[in-house]
Design a protein around this ligand. Structure first.
Ligand code: ATP
Ligand code: MG
Length: 233
């Protein structure tokens, strides 16, 4: 583990579109509300929006908007790919390679200015970033404890258990998991949470309720609770 390792978390999820950004932004705000300097990163992002400053990724902008550490966009999101596809395909399409070194250099710069660092992965744990490497390999190089966001929908038990195994095999510390009840609540959501609590051997750090308005800008109660637990770890 490098010096940055004690200072933050890598947020992964059971799939794409299951609430990693929602959780990362809320945790950033909650940690900021505790008086901490909270740096953010979306190291690899595929898919851009046009802004007056040029192409940007919306997840990276949302994270930056919640952070209270002023760093250049390029450090928050060192690898920005235009095509909204798996990072390895978007990179191949652009004729570039996703390199860890610039990402780790940006991490060091942001970590030096921050008390805590929130890093959002792209896709799920084994999302490919090159012919052989995955987001999980990048998380390993960033040497941060991992938080798994479980999007509660049919199939999530399989995805969650597979993700947990893959995180374990990467040898990274598991800081815990967060249950996201998603915009539409699944049948037997509580029983699914209980099943994962039993299989993981630990309750979720927190549970995101269903139907949060997209524009919510305060610090939700669940995020305050999770942030308290995380800083006391
Ligand atoms: N509990 C919830 N209640 C309401 N909306 C939610 C909830 N969880 C997620 N969403 C919405 O679902 C969408 C996907 O969530 P989010 O962008 O956080 O997922 P993600 O895992 O970061 O996706 P990506 O893989 O694209 O980065 C967003 O519009 C988000 O606001
Ligand atoms: Mg996201």
């Amino acid at each position: 583990m490098n010096a940055a390792s004690a200072k933050g978390w890598f947020i992964t999820g059971t799939d794409t579109g299951i609430g990693k950004t929602l959780v990362s932004v809320a945790l950033t705000r909650a940690l900021v509300a505790q008086g901490l300097r909270v740096g953010v990163m979306k190291p690899v992002a595929a898919g851009t929006i046009d802004t007056p400053q040029g192409p940007r990724n919306d997840d990276a902008l949302e994270l930056l908007g919640a952070s209270n550490v002023a760093v250049p966009y390029e450090d928050v999101n060192p690898c920005l790919l235009a095509t909204p596809a798996s990072p390895h395909l978007a990179a191949r399409h652009a004729g570039v390679a996703i390199r860890a070194e610039p990402i780790l250099a940006a991490q060091r710069r942001i970590a030096a200015m921050s008390d805590r660092l929130i890093v959002e992965g792209a896709g799920g744990w084994l999302a490919p970033i090159s012919a052989m490497e995955t987001m999980g390999d990048l998380a390993g190089k960033m040497a941060l404890p991992v938080i798994l966001v479980v999007g509660l929908r049919l199939g999530c038990l399989n995805h969650a258990l597979l993700s947990r195994e893959a995180i374990r095999s990467q040898g990274l510390p598991f800081a815990g998991w967060i249950a996201n009840r998603m915009p539409t609540e699944m049948a037997l959501a509580r029983e699914n949470i209980d099943t994962l609590t039993s299989r993981f051997g630990t309750s979720p750090l927190g549970t995101v309720p269903s139907g949060i308005p997209a524009a919510e800008s305060g610090v939700p109660a669940w995020a305050t609770e999770v942030a308290k637990k995380l800083v006391s770890l």
